[in-house]
Design a protein around this ligand. Structure first.
Ligand code: URA
Ligand code: SF4
Length: 209
């Protein structure tokens, strides 16, 4: 068995019984994330919502349905990428997670990144983008200026591109954002195609953007 599968199992078990921040008191189920562990692409949202808390699965409510549709629109199946969130437990009434909660939960995300070693991490929404930029030592400005491009980053010595885009929930709320999000996914598709095609060549990810 792959030696990292033990580490995966440990990680999931730790998340399932975690009490490192107050969110454990309100959750029904922690939502560690799901998908392929051998993927080039991770999607990181903000926090589980009601449906996610009920099912223990990420992005299964209305925003999740839109995410699934956007992925299908560029020929990607959910099971071929890894989908997770900055915090693994649902904040009460879907409020934003606090800095304390984010910092308590971040080591889990960093361990997931170290195990998967993705080439591209798609930050869904400004909260995910802000946190991913911060842990990479990059300066986050705002989504309208920075979405739809890959930014070189090192997270725990792993070289990734962080690709910020709007949260699917934002496009449900402001329908004018939907075409913007679709365009960002189309650009993402080009990046992923190049990463996959050239994976075995000598090129590094730096050559793709
Ligand atoms: N919104 C998120 O940020 N994450 C989910 O898993 C669901 C909705
Ligand atoms: Fe633990 Fe993260 Fe859940 Fe807080 S949100 S209890 S740190 S798993």
């Amino acid at each position: 068995m792959n030696p990292s599968s033990d580490e995966w199992r440990r990680l999931i078990e730790e998340i399932m019984k975690c009490r490192k921040c107050p969110l454990y008191k309100y959750r029904r189920n922690p939502v560690p994330g799901e998908g392929s562990l051998e993927t080039d692409i991770m999607f990181v949202g903000e926090a589980p919502g009601a449906r996610e808390d009920e099912t223990g699965r990420p992005f299964v409510g209305s925003a999740g349905k839109l995410l699934t549709k956007l992925l299908e629109g560029i020929g990607i199946r959910r099971k071929d990428v890894f989908i997770t969130n900055i915090v693994k437990c649902r904040p009460p009434r879907n409020r934003d997670p606090t800095d304390e909660e984010i910092n308590a939960c971040l080591p889990y995300l960093i361990r997931q990144i170290k195990l998967i070693k993705p080439r591209v991490i798609v930050a869904l929404g400004r909260h995910a983008a802000r946190v991913l930029f911060r842990i990479s030592g990059l300066r986050w400005e705002n989504m309208s200026r920075m979405h739809g491009r890959g930014y070189d980053a090192y997270i725990d010595n792993i070289h990734v591109k962080i690709y910020p885009t709007y949260h699917p929930a934002a496009a449900l709320y402001y329908p004018k954002l939907l075409p913007v999000l679709e365009e960002d996914f189309n650009k993402l598709k080009d990046i992923i195609t190049r990463v996959r095609r050239d994976k075995t060549s000598k090129k590094t990810i730096l050559d793709y953007f």
